[in-house]
Design a protein around this ligand. Sequence first.
Ligand SMILES: Nc1nc2c(ncn2[C@@H]2O[C@H](COP(=O)(O)OP(=O)(O)OP(=O)(O)O)[C@@H](O)[C@H]2O)c(=O)[nH]1
Ligand SMILES: [Mg+2]
Length: 436
Amino acid sequence: MSTKDPIDLGKTRLLEIEKNKSALLVGAYKSNKEKSIRLEHLEELKSLAITFGLQTIEKMLVHIRKIETSTYIGSGKVEEIRDLCEEKNIDIVIFDIDIAPHQQRNLEREIKKTIIDRTELILGVFAIHARSNESKLQVKLAQFKYEMPRLKRMWTHLSRQRTGGSSGGYLKGAGEKQIEIDRQILKKKVSDLQKEIGKIKEQRELQRKKRKKQEIPSFAIIGYTNSGKSTLMNALTDAKVLVEDKLFATLDTTTRKYSLPNHQQVVLTDTVGFIRKLPHTLIAAFKSTLEEAVSADILIHLVDVSNENAKVMAEASIEVLKELKADEKPIITCLNKIDEIYDQSFITYFKLNYPKTVIISALKKEGFEDLMDKMIHEISSLRKIIKLKIPQSYYKLVSEIIKEGRIISLNYEENDILIEAEVPKMLQTKLQMFEV
Ligand SMILES: Nc1nc2c(ncn2[C@@H]2O[C@H](COP(=O)(O)OP(=O)(O)OP(=O)(O)O)[C@@H](O)[C@H]2O)c(=O)[nH]1
Ligand SMILES: [Mg+2]
């Protein structure tokens, strides 16, 4: 039986896809209505493939009437793909469809090429961009989770092996046993990784609590991948985050202090970008990074308006925020890259549909005054300094102020406590009746 270490299982598939290989990108549509959007999705898949280092050669959009259980697309289309691969010397076929593990296996057998899907490609991009220990661990975790239901394809050749022994018959396939062994080892690896990531998360949690205690308002720069988040971070601070015209250049959060024009100290966090249908394996693995990003008091949502798909990209980002339960936070929508050619109607659209909109160029440092004004305004509406007279019998409220807000002064007057405090919005209403 093979002694292949499952630690490599996640990697093998990705390393098979060497750089500079030629790829065929395949999308599918059911109705003509869907066609143009599927083509746009293929364009995005192309950016991902180029980011990974592949030479994208061909794109193909196939029409499907019904999903075939065994191969997703019909046998005629499978043949067409196989012929095109032969003719154009294609090494890898990338499907912009969620194909099930068994379909992937069957397609690979029929087409005789490496078949991957969008999730696997995104995993590959994340793998080559992971720099910190934490993001490397998170990528590995996502890879393991992705591989788990796909273990079978690695061992099908063993399943058919005839086992020796006196009975001479077929015993339970060696492949199946191997899959079971691998599954157990993978499970253990997943839980070890989760523990390790958990430890890193705890350390970060401590830092975050410390900052919260210091009462420094925090901003997170979020948005679609390649929208210019790191460029904005670098323009405002000395963070020197890597900026690239590539998808998912940033995988780690970077936090820096920043002083607003009114001398208010804030912290800014640059973070991993979002994408349409961010694979769940990645959301799960990067949960602590993503949560840290959206744990800020206020979000700066960057939208690249020079991209013709700006609207759907912004919507996709809001979807990810929803998934992370952070869409209720104050959000400043920052329309970026206005130094580039952009559609004026986009600006009107965003102003109408997204409150608190500013227009900037992170690269040219334009529109920053407006952005600062909005940031200052958001902070002021976030917290308020109030004077209170609270009866001592309501001491529980004082504990709450200490926990959630910041006490500026506290004095006792007979049976009352006189307090001046900076409190968050949610506490303000609760304290209204004691305000003086
Ligand atoms: N023309 C123009 N280009 C910009 C602007 N802001 C960013 N860019 C470019 O957009 C590309 C992506 O910028 P990044 O700052 O890396 O984008 P990001 O959102 O951090 O991307 P990821 O970390 O990969 O998700 C780079 O080539 C930047 O130079 C801008 O205001 N104008
Ligand atoms: Mg970045």
